[in-house]
Design a protein around this ligand. Sequence first.
Ligand code: C2E
Ligand code: CA
Ligand code: CA
Length: 836
Amino acid sequence: MNMSAHLRNGLVGLHSVRRWRPSLRLSVGLLAVAVVVGMAVVLAEVVAGHLRSIAADAAVHNVEAIVRGYVDPQVDEGSLALDALPEPGISDELERLIVAGDIRVISIWSRDARIVYSTAAELRGRRFSIDDLVARAFLGTSISAYAVNQDHSEGTPGPTDTQPVLQIFVPIRGLVDGDPIGVYEVEQDARPIEDRVETTRRDVFLLALAAATVLLIILAVAFAGTSALLGRQNRLLRARAETERLLGVDLRRSEERFRSLVRSSSDVILIIDADGTIGYESPAVARVLGYDPEERVGTSAYDAIHDADVAWIRSLIADISTRTGAEAAADFRARHADGSWRWLQATAKNLLNDPAVSAIVVNYRDITDRRALEEQLRYQAFHDALSGLPNRALFMDRLDHALTRARRDQSAVAVLFLDLDDFKSVNDGLGHGAGDELLVSVAERLNRTLRDADTAARMGGDEFAILLEDAHDKHASVEIAERILEVLRAPFTVQGQHVRIRGSVGIALYTDPEQTADELLRHADVAMYAAKSQGKDRLMVFQPDVHLVTIDRHQLKADLHLALDNGEFTLLYQPVVDLESTTITGVEALIRWQHPRRGLIGPTEFIPLAEESGMIVPVGRWVLAEACRQGQAWQEGAARPLTMSVNLSARQIDDIGLIDDVAAALRDSGLDPALLTLEITESVLLSDMEVVMARLRALKSLGVRLAIDDFGTGYSSLSYLRNLPVDVLKIDRSFVAAVDSGTAERALVRSIVSLAQILGLETVAEGIEEPSQLAALRSAGAQFGQGFLFAEPLDAHRVPAALARVTSCARPRRRAASPAPRRGRRPVRAGITSTS
Ligand code: C2E
Ligand code: CA
Ligand code: CA
């Protein structure tokens, strides 16, 4: 290390010295000063001491020289003998010496302790006691001593001298034997010596002080430098230790955060190896499956999986465990600790090659409730809400299966089509409530009459279909049909009244492997019409010549071709209202056919025919164009934008030209695409999903909105909803009809609404007829609705008035709690209903 660096360190170190406690700093400083001063003093004292003795020795030599040179020759035994008179010459000689130098007094002692000669006259001849110094001089040694305030004699009033003096005693040797015959005492002024000694002492003191100070500073700097160096190293070490500690803390913290995330996650995190052995399971397992988190560690994750699922789950895991990073998702059942089965939705990821994990990480949650809702919706989709019987969809499905079986093992299949005679009169006479009650009773009697293997279904309105499997021949089927007609003939009690009802049954037998379910049902339908036309309350077995009766339908189909050109179609518009404010936010276009001979025909009657013949495509094109034109016409003068909903049938979705038709309708009318909602039913989704998705995306790209119509009546898998580009869920009328009948139904609607909310979909409840339904729907959180309670489907020219009326009626929003808008006559069922 070079000097400047050292100095720098030292100065830095002095800074560190400043960090000492002040009292300690003061003591150390004082001690250092004391040591330095003390050393200087001691050194100065030592030097001064030496100097004084050297000076004394020199003075002694001087005096010896004088004694030997001047005094000895003149002094002898005699002149110093007792009582001898002092030789005056000697005294003169001594006085001369005094004048010459610093010598103040010179005396000569004789052996008898008498001062024989002295320059101080008052001392001459006097006798004194011999002190130690004089005694030693008499022994032959020259000796000197410093003294102060030398008093010459006791009692003698001499000048009291306070100055320092040097006393020198030199023996005077006799000529005879060399023994001292006297002592020559010189009292010399010590001040010059003392002055010199003092100066020297001061110089030495200062020099020593300076030297010691410099030395001390050097030492201090060196010490401080070292201490700074050590301090820095210490700080570095401490900082490193601190960083490590912090890092450790940080790591620990993030690890803890991760752990608590895992711990508090509502999903269970499961770590398994490739064999499915559990290495870890997060605490959520206690809530989801009722197990202690530790309980299953070390066991196989497959143990709890349902027998029906375990094999394919195993192969799924086996599959992903061969590919690094591979993921898989699955829904399956697992046993809860309480023994019940729970549906789990799981995702698994292969992190076997991730050194931090080395496992398959599974994330699962309980979806039992969701599955139950799906199950319930599926049940609804396949069952008639009123009677609880299977609906058309389930019936057709079972018929399909029965036909497949029949083709395979030549088993027999028959379809009975039952339509109640004059049901309309019950409905009209006793009210819809009585009509519904009657339908339920009919369903019960059907069920009682049939064997378990047979299926009775409600096809809509007062129409029922019965699937007979293993009905060996025509006679067996006829027998059952007769029994059905028989049980119907017994009177029913509806709302306390006896009601008589009859039915007509058409029977179609499976005879040809080429026959489809649709065909068989149509044949039964045709036979039923034949039975009706022959006077009702009877049965008819389908025979090819019975087909004549169907001319009616064929005729209708044929008429459809002309209807478009003849302008026989019209659109009615049913308002869609905001359930909270009951203001109209839009309308749904509903087609009607003004048949030249048969009068007004409803869509349920002719849309299926139009679909069969393909006429639905041009008819649908017309509906789109007309609805858009009308919709745009209403925008002018409307207080706020009015949405327009148009129904699309599955056949239209299949048609490649649909996108162009919609685009053309929008372009020609000028309607804002955002105001157009296209309604499709769930059944659309049954066809080729890829085509459907592509078509829906193309529609969406035009800027229109998409709605799922009659939600809950189709193949309600909630999972597909997530993937569809839809904006609106229209809750089917059957849910709305049941919503005020019980808590379970209400909960179902609530589930649908909350599902829609989760998926970000608007909800429109269809077929609201009663204020109680409105209240229940509101409390379930449904946003929009349609129904006779607000308005029936209206002629276009009546819509502007309705817009004004419903809006004004809804103004005092407080009344929303009991909104039954009893504005005159309650809206009647619009158009033609399909009941007979
Ligand atoms: P949807 O789309 O579910 O239409 C609602 C049906 O419920 C309409 O029957 C309407 O009159 C009826 N409705 C409305 N409010 C109530 C109510 O409060 N109670 C009851 N009981 N019914 C109510 P509509 O007009 O007979 O139409 C029947 C079906 O025909 C429609 O069902 C729709 O699927 C189809 N449809 C109508 N117009 C068209 C069309 O232009 N094209 C196609 N492809 N299908 C159409
Ligand atoms: Ca609709
Ligand atoms: Ca609907």
